[in-house]
Design a protein around this ligand. Structure first.
Ligand code: ATP
Length: 230
């Protein structure tokens, strides 16, 4: 079942076409990686899907319905987002950060604790978020976005600047959740993303240049040309 589709998305910034007529779709439970050189439009694409910026053209469909590109509207439809630099409250504790998203019902605290246990952060629950390592902050942001029970997770560079032990933990968590949840992950960490994804999109100069399984992408001459400049 298709859970996400972007159709002819375009975003221009004075003179730069950051996203240039991008279309693709994602099936429920897939883990899709987005790779591409710096400035190829990956973050802008995630910003468009999560409604942080409005497209100049094109549409985003979630579970078959066109969405109004507003962050709140998109979050309500089950799309969660993490950032290249986690957006945490550094002077609040780990547990307090977990309780920032508005969640209906009475068991917010219990849910937060369960998620902290799942992400192996429970022992740090009373620590200030600002005292966590970069990798622990990334884990906490992932745990926090799960408070809203997203069905689709957009992740921007979840492995960048993260100790390899925590990279492995993040990968393990994604593997546990795949199938039930759908992931769209932007990463420069070729080794990790190739090992994790079902499918990859390769962006260059705002366009999707190639799409395929990690194996297909590895064999693609175009990709080698972009990354190695030959
Ligand atoms: N707010 C903005 N104003 C002007 N130009 C922008 C803005 N955001 C992005 N751009 C430009 O759009 C292009 C795509 O940027 P984007 O950050 O989406 O690329 P990226 O693939 O995520 O890069 P990186 O891997 O370095 O994070 C770049 O040329 C960038 O300079």
């Amino acid at each position: 079942m298709e859970v996400l589709r972007v159709s002819n998305l375009v975003k221009r910034f004075e003179g730069v076409v950051a996203v240039n007529n991008v279309s693709f779709s994602v099936e429920k439970g897939e883990v899709v990686g987005i790779i591409g050189p710096n400035g190829s439009g990956k973050t802008t694409l995630l910003n468009l899907i999560s409604g942080l910026i409005r497209p100049d053209d094109g549409k985003v469909y979630i579970k078959g319905e066109a969405v109004d590109p507003k962050p709140h509207e998109i979050a309500l439809r089950g799309v969660g987002r993490t950032f290249q630099i986690p957006k945490l409250f550094h002077t609040m504790t780990v547990l307090e950060n977990m309780l920032v998203p508005v969640v209906e019902g009475e068991d917010k605290g219990k849910k937060a604790e369960e998620l902290l246990k799942f992400f192996e952060l429970y022992h740090l629950k009373d620590e200030l978020a600002g005292n966590l390592s970069g990798g622990q902050q990334k884990l906490l942001e992932i745990a926090r976005v799960m408070m809203l029970d997203p069905s689709i997770l957009l992740m921007d560079e979840p492995f960048a600047g993260v100790h390899h032990k925590i990279v492995r933990r993040i990968v393990d968590h994604i593997k546990k959740l795949r199938g039930e949840k759908t992931f769209l992950i932007v990463s420069h960490d070729m080794h990790t993303i190739f090992g994790l994804c079902d499918r990859m999109l390769v962006m260059n100069e705002g366009k999707v240049l190639a799409e395929g399984t990690p194996e297909e992408i590895r064999r693609s001459k175009e990709i080698i040309k972009i990354y190695l400049g030959v």
